[in-house]
Design a protein around this ligand. Sequence first.
Ligand code: FAD
Length: 372
Amino acid sequence: EKKYDYLIVGAGLFGSVFAHEMTKLGKKCFVIDKRSHLGGNVYCENNEGINVHKYGAHIFHTNDKKIWDYVNQFATFNNYINSPLSLSKGKLYNLPFNMNTFYQLWGTKTPEEAKAVIDAQIEKYGVKSPKNLEEQALSLIGKDIYETLIKEYTEKQWGKKASELPAFIIKRLPVRYTYNNNYFNDVYQGIPIGGYNTIINGLLEGIETKTNVDFFSERESLSSIADKIVYTGKIDEFFDYKYGALEYRSLRFENQWHEMQNYQGNAVVNYNDSEYKFTRIIEHKHFEFGTQKNTIITKEYPENWDKSKEAYYPINNDVNQQKFKQYKEDALALKNVIFGGRLAEYRYYDMHQIIASSLKKVEEMHKKNLTI
Ligand code: FAD
């Protein structure tokens, strides 16, 4: 008899939800993380009362009432609505593209006027079969919005010219013919009061955890203490990169402390122009309507990834998908290891999707167990 039913590698949302639900079902779980804290990428660092989103700004949003109720067991959410601005050539524009943006660009006041401008530009600059991101964007939205709010931002994000990026990166560019700056269309949205750590602490309450433990540095002994392993780290690392490393885009965060109450008046301001090497500035206190005397901001710089950096966005091209497929086959052959979460599935997932996928995994395992 092993000491634990599950060893959970990674204390992010996937691992924490899994551990919580399995513990409720009477299973004994042990959660480890190589970082010095729990929570994975939703972890917040409290800095003089301001919750700093250490691995990038996180806004919770979902249309799924079940997931909303689930997270509300652990925290109360405030009524934060994400309404980013974009600074372009000295002027500020509202996002997502809506009647406010169109007014700021062209002075159009009615939906009909705005639609006429967009349609005329698509007609003039669009192409029948777009071969790259630039042509795709011009065909979907015309020249002004593309050049003012998309081109340089996207080039910084991916470190490549828009004319050299694949068209499929932009599938749709939603435009809204109402004066509505709410970035998300979801029914439920907000920031957990007290920060995301409140949710993680609630999920992991009463469960054995250990930080600063890298699974690979004690692989054999850790593997022998539990019946099953839930692995939420990088799938290629688990298999010693035998088919090659999966590629990512990384980010560098530069935090600045300012002795002023309010730096930019909004949580998120995008910097479109290429002269700024960062893509956006986050002012964390505004996620929670903070009134502290000082403020902390983060400049977000996209970066090339290598094994020494955090892996943030999977690069979904054919080469990587092909490699991932091989790793996935190997993963499926291992009956006592469950692969889950954004790194093990090599997929960008929002928080609500990760929670749903972890709950689904628990249900699958539970059903299997009942039928044995
Ligand atoms: P993670 O949180 O990455 O957890 C994996 C954990 O495994 C990590 O803690 C890691 O340290 C640990 N680990 C890995 N390897 C090992 C090992 N060998 N040994 C021990 N531990 C290991 N979602 C939203 O819904 N809204 C947003 O606004 C939003 N903004 C985002 C912004 C950015 C910049 C990024 C990158 C993501 C954003 N997301 C957002 C997505 C969100 O971060 C993810 O959905 C979620 O954090 C994924 O949880 P996870 O458990 O899969 O992975």
